[in-house]
Ligand binder design. Structure first.
Ligand SMILES: [Zn+2]
Length: 782
């Protein structure tokens, strides 16, 4: 860094705003989104809230279903009442037949591409070769009197033609009977066989024909179910009677209406205790569950549930289940937090699951709306992953057979339970259109999950949310990326695009762009406005701006509609001081400089080589200029300085004399995505200071932004993004002067030792070591 002297006059000129440069096309990044977003109307306003004419359809279900455990089959019959709240008359209704995803010719199968590299997974092999006749067998579609209704099945959708159009404001009741073979658990539903006993744990979802959504945005939303894009659903009231073998425990996303008929006296007593407990109470204990594994049913039992104002209904069932529960206070309301899990889930599940459910309800309620339902359930399904339905979720996280587990398995389980229980808010209450927009539930939910994880345990190793964790994805070539604003089925790299990137973007909005207070208020306002309604992206974008007063169009444009990364650098730093114009000071400086410059190599050597010069030999050859000090201030210089100082007012005088530094820092936006510039100034005396400039510093020139930064102290180092908050994909150019490059470390030896699924398992090592030391003293223990 070089300190230059600058006159005050020159400084004044530099402080004038720079002219817009037409060569950079910069305004595109800061253009308003109005040409991209849908035109506001009386259903959805320009402020992002539901409009005065907002409407949505409603569907109520009365379902009787039997779980056939021998044939692993669902046999159901339902009566649906559909309320047409739209302004339109409807000649036909569309019904979702999600189980047809598993039919041989389902669009999810026929459009899937694939190749075989180093083998084929068992799951993929089974999907390609399983000869079972999956999919819905629709045995009746009938009106309220039992007369058949004309219907046409188009893959995963069915159109029912009404004898007369359903008038705006009217309702219609009709019935459907069906059955289907349950598939093996595929990530969203199915059965899982656990243990030697060949017992199935059932996780039953998208198991009944249900109404597609008709709304003001798409008309009928009947985009086929391909497997990736989830569900678009109506709210309604459910009554569901589930009949199963009488040794099976059933849990469901609703309130149990007949506990006295399905629970034993002992279980009912424990249920009472659980109402005031501070730790989960086992309604069915592990010992009882293990005994039940060997039982044979002696008949059937019917469990009756109701669920009001939900968008879906799912249930779980198994004779292997341990069931624990406790009632917790969520924003002044009592809610049942419960878990169902087989012994394979312990000791993790008994210790954590229900406690995590309770924490999630409280954390999310605080940020969105108070949890409105009476129950929230976490079920243990498969080793990994998770899936959500109203009031009930199916979650992974399984210890080793010896009861030990890795840290990754523990934290993964806690994270997935927070995530899936968190889905009760997005999309089960704030009912976004999942078939179209995955980020609206996954992204918002993953963001809230990140916040809840930090409240669960300090420094919880969250996978997603911190800006640094999205950097490898943001570095990908743009041909391997699609914007967040891509239809669910067209998303590449689903986890990063639909979960991590939007979650990171929201975290950046909260911490860096808007600040916690403005963000939290606006985010809660979005939840409040759209609870029990169906928001679309524009409603979210508009509400966050409307409630915070922050123009975020550039942010939505860059993060949600674009694929460019953030990559800022500090290119140069220029250092200026004020020229006081004091001739004493100025000429002393000039003199020092001239003297330094006179010390050339020739001059140094001549000092000894030339013994005596001619003038030194002959002093009479000197004159005025041999003693003249050309750096001494003249009377004219002094007068000019006095006149200059006299022309300044007190503030100007202070500025000239206090010796401020002025740095011109040249920031570069190499990545494209404009972001706030955050820079740390490290001073000579060891102290530091952080300056923040909003993203709008790039509004006139989206490549280069120079800032004049005055300081009293001398800056020895500049650091961009010192808290890793903007997801900068290249941090090597973030300091000035540049940090010496770090060598890329190479390993000399291959990794030694065992690896476990999910990483090292120190818990198991400790257990084995303990057992080994026992063996030394005589006992044999495997
Ligand atoms: Zn999710």
């Amino acid at each position: 860094m070089l300190k230059k002297l600058l006159s005050l006059v020159a400084l004044t000129i530099l402080l004038l705003p720079a002219k817009a440069q037409t060569s950079f096309n910069a305004n595109n990044r800061f253009e308003q989104l109005e040409s991209t977003l849908p035109t506001p109307n009386s259903y959805r306003t320009a402020s992002g809230s539901p409009g005065k004419d907002y409407w949505q359809q409603r569907a109520d279900y009365d379902i009787k279903v039997e779980l056939d455990d021998i044939n692993r089959k669902i046999i159901g019959s339902e009566m649906i009442t559909y309320y047409n709240n739209s302004p339109d008359d409807l000649p036909y209704l569309w019904i979702q037949l999600d189980q047809n995803l598993f039919e041989k010719n389902a669009p999810g199968k026929t459009t899937k591409t694939g190749e075989i590299k180093n083998g084929i997974s068992a799951g993929a092999f089974q999907e390609l070769t399983d000869p079972k006749d999956y999919g819905y067998k629709i045995t009746a579609v009938k009106d309220a009197k039992g007369n058949p209704l004309r219907h046409t099945i188009n893959q995963t959708m069915m159109r029912i033609d009404l004898p007369t159009p359903l008038k705006s404001g009217a309702s219609v009741s009709f019935g459907i009977d069906w059955n289907y073979l349950i598939t093996e658990y595929y990530g969203r539903s199915g059965y899982e066989i656990l243990g030697k006993e060949n017992i199935a744990n059932y996780f039953i979802a998208h198991w009944f024909p249900r109404l597609a959504v008709y709304n003001d945005v798409y008309g009928w939303q009947h985009k086929q179910f391909m497997g990736q894009g989830e569900f678009t659903l109506n709210f309604g009231n459910y009554k569901v009677a589930i009949t199963a073998p009488n040794d099976i425990v059933v849990g469901a996303g609703g309130e149990l209406l007949n506990p006295n008929q399905v629970m034993t006296a002992t279980q009912l007593k424990r249920w009472e205790q659980a109402k005031t407990a501070t730790r989960p109470v086992e309604i069915v204990t592990q010992d009882e569950a293990i005994k039940a594994e060997k039982s044979v049913p002696t008949g059937k039992k019917t469990w009756v549930f109701k669920a009001d104002n939900v968008r879906d209904f799912a249930f779980t069932a198994s004779r292997k289940f341990i069931w624990d529960a406790m009632q917790v206070d969520v924003e002044g309301k009592k809610v049942w937090a419960m878990s169902y899990y087989s012994k394979e889930g312990n000791p993790l599940w008994g210790k954590y699951s229900t406690m995590v459910v309770a924490h999630t309800l409280r954390s999310y309620s605080k940020r969105t709306v108070a949890y409105p339902y009476p129950v929230a359930i976490s079920c243990h399904a498969t080793a990994g992953g998770g899936m959500e339905y109203p009031m009930i979720s199916f979650n992974g996280g399984r210890p080793e057979a010896d009861g030990t587990y890795t840290e990754n398995v523990k934290n993964g389980m806690i994270g997935v339970i927070i995530h899936e229980v968190g889905h009760n808010f997005f999309p089960m209450i704030i009912n976004s259109d999942e078939r179209q927009w995955s980020w609206m539930d996954e992204g918002l939910n993953t963001f809230c999950q990140y916040l809840a994880e930090q409240e669960w345990d300090r420094n919880f190793p969250a996978r997603r949310g911190e800006p640094q964790t999205i950097v490898p994805y943001m570095r990908l070539d743009s041909k391997n990326q699609v914007p967040i604003m891509a239809n669910s089925e067209n998303i590449m790299d689903f986890g990063n695009n639909a979960y991590a990137k939007p979650a990171t973007a929201l975290n950046i909005l909260r911490e860096t762009v808007m600040g916690r207070e403005l963000f939290d208020y606006a985010f809660k306002e979005y939840a409040r406005r759209w609870a029990f309604k169906q928001p679309y992206p524009a409603d979210f974008f508009r509400t966050l701006e409307d409630a915070s007063g922050v123009d975020l169009d550039w942010f939505w444009r860059g993060w949600f509609y674009g694929t460019e990364p953030v990559n800022q650098s500090i290119e140069t730093v220029e250092w200026f001081g004020i020229d006081t114009q004091d001739p004493t000071v100025k000429k002393a400086g000039d003199k020092a400089l001239a003297e330094a410059k006179a010390k050339t190599m020739s001059a140094i050597r001549n000092k000894t080589d030339i013994k005596r010069t001619v003038v030194e030999e002959n002093p009479d050859l000197t004159d005025f200029y041999n003693t003249y000090d050309r750096f001494a201030p003249t009377e004219a210089d002094k007068k000019k300085y006095q006149d200059y100082m006299a022309s300044l007012n007190e503030d100007e005088k202070k500025l000239v004399t206090e010796g401020k530094n002025f740095y011109v820092v040249n920031f570069k936006n190499k990545g494209g995505l404009p972001m706030p510039v955050i820079v740390k100034l490290s001073y000579e005396d060891g102290t530091d200071e952080v300056l923040r400039f909003p993203a709008e510093v790039w509004r006139l020139n989206d490549v280069t932004a120079k800032k004049i930064i005055p300081t009293s102290k001398k800056v020895v180092k500049w650091t961009l993004d010192p808290f890793y908050e903007i997801a900068d994909i290249d941090t090597e150019d973030n300091s000035f002067p540049r940090e010496p490059a770090q060598p890329t470390k190479v390993q000399l030896f291959k990794m030694q030792g065992r690896t476990y699924s999910g990483g090292p398992n120190p818990m198991q090592e400790a257990k084995n070591a303990k057992e080994k030391s026992g063996a030394v003293t005589g006992s044999k223990n495997n």
